[in-house]
Design a protein around this ligand. Structure first.
Ligand code: SF4
Length: 349
């Protein structure tokens, strides 16, 4: 930690200096407005922008918007970061999102409020295991979801996000290309159902979407007959079947705005409500149920890793320029090819 810098920023901004910085949680006695003002000042001084995912706390989404940053899904986060002139990007989300930013922008400094924020899909798809699996099918192209490590992206032919996954697999099918799909089994099954493509699926899932329960959702629908059901395709098939709209986070926000229904039952991370409500302030948003028989409710509709990002660790990261993402250049270059293919493919849609 650069103590001098820390004290400088702290003294300039907060009167009681180092005692508060060293307390836990840090900056707790400061108002949200004071924290946001400090963040604005630090972003200017460090020539930095914030890129935040829809699933992060609304304070982070708000500060990203207020400071000319970006709040979006994985694909848009990647695009925005790559098109930014700023020297530093602060990626508020989970680790693979920071890595994706580094893959596409090697000359930028990529920092994250925490490096502890993982993803169950990434954790359950180690590169060594995927290699063993893909070695059994050398004739197939490897398509991986963006929720994977840089090593896995480096092995892949294609990277894809949920917003364009169906389109990409349709395209590969037309080209008679057989596919290995990793890691999300629910999204893989959903795409397979839609395209009838030849796909071998990896077996991992998102701990947040896995929790949504079909029976409880049916009951909720019954009580709210006028509501539309919006479902992210990382959810189990029986939940997807009950949806009026299935789509990526950006597609669900658009559906919330465009559909005539006054009420929405939403099966994805509940932090998306911040942007949904902004897009359609007059609508009532209802969380899809994660309870029901057999539910463990690890996540209760909110990703515990996304929840690790907050204004305090964002301030610390900016002051200390810590939690930097590093990727071996040899891995990064390979991962760039498959990730950039996604960006280029998206341009054709
Ligand atoms: S919500 Fe699911 S897919 Fe997204 S980061 Fe959390 S665990 Fe991963």
């Amino acid at each position: 930690m650069n103590k001098l810098n820390t004290e400088k920023y702290y003294n300039d901004t907060f009167p009681k200096t180092i005692d508060i910085l060293n307390s836990s949680p840090k900056y707790d006695s400061k108002t949200k407005e004071e924290k946001i003002n400090l963040i604005k000042q630090l972003l200017d001084e460090k020539d930095a922008k914030i890129v935040a995912h829809y699933y992060t706390h609304e304070d982070l989404q708000e500060v990203a918007e207020l400071t000319g940053g970006n709040v979006s899904d994985s694909l848009e986060m990647a695009r925005f970061g790559a098109n930014q002139a700023s020297k530093t990007l602060i990626v508020a989300g989970v680790r693979f999102m920071g890595e994706t930013a580094k893959i596409l922008s090697p000359d930028k400094k990529i920092l994250m409020p925490t490096l502890e924020a993982e993803c169950s899909l990434d954790l359950n798809c180690p590169a060594s295991e995927l290699k063993k699996f893909s070695d059994k099918y050398p004739e197939r192209e490897i398509v991986v979801y963006a929720n994977t490590s840089a090593e896995v992206k480096a092995m892949a032919d294609w990277v894809v996000t949920s917003s364009i996954a169906v389109k990409l697999i349709e395209y590969l099918k037309k080209e008679n290309i057989k596919v290995i799909w990793a890691p999300d089994k629910h999204l893989g099954n959903y795409i397979n159902e839609k395209t009838n493509a030849d796909m071998k699926l990896w077996n991992a899932s998102c701990i947040v979407h896995e929790e949504f329960k079909a029976k409880a959702l049916m009951n909720l629908k019954e009580k709210n007959k006028d509501a539309a059901v919006l479902v992210h395709p990382e959810s189990p098939a029986e939940v997807v079947e009950l949806a009026d709209v299935v789509g990526s986070t950006s597609q669900l926000i658009k559906a919330c705005k465009d559909l005539p229904h006054k009420k929405m039952i939403v099966a994805t991370d509940n932090r998306i409500f911040y942007k949904m409500q902004k897009a359609a302030p007059e609508k009532t948003l209802i969380e899809a149920p994660t309870g029901g028989k057999g539910a463990t409710c690890i996540s209760c509709a909110h990703c515990p890793w996304m929840a690790m990002n907050n204004l305090d660790n964002l301030i610390e990261t900016l002051i200390e320029e810590k939690n930097e993402i590093h990727i071996k250049e040899e891995i990064r270059k390979k991962a760039f090819v498959s990730t950039n293919r996604m960006i280029e493919f998206a341009k054709t849609l």
